[in-house]
Design a protein around this ligand. Sequence first.
Ligand code: SF4
Length: 105
Amino acid sequence: MYPVPSAPEIPGSVSLPCRDETDDLWFSESPAELEQAKILCTSCPVRRACLTGALERREFAGVWGGEILDRGAVIARKRPRGRPSKADLARDAEIAAARQAAGVA
Ligand code: SF4
């Protein structure tokens, strides 16, 4: 299942990275694959509409508009299974602070 932007004005003929890729990176359990999906979203012509729609629908999971959503909210990155390392926690804090400073939090 691939994400579909909610903007009704986007015809199905528009090329979207999540429609063109054969791998379902956008709903992967792998943090590395989700990061790959985020990168692919950067070239998407409907990125903003996709993210707006996903936030309005409070999508439970997946990459939408170049962001990872978890229970309807944007998260900086998906953690791998298991206890996070101190380095991971420190990096998450840095990312959260940078996002907040940029007004993206
Ligand atoms: S922004 Fe990403 S998830 Fe949304 S339509 Fe474009 S490629 Fe798909």
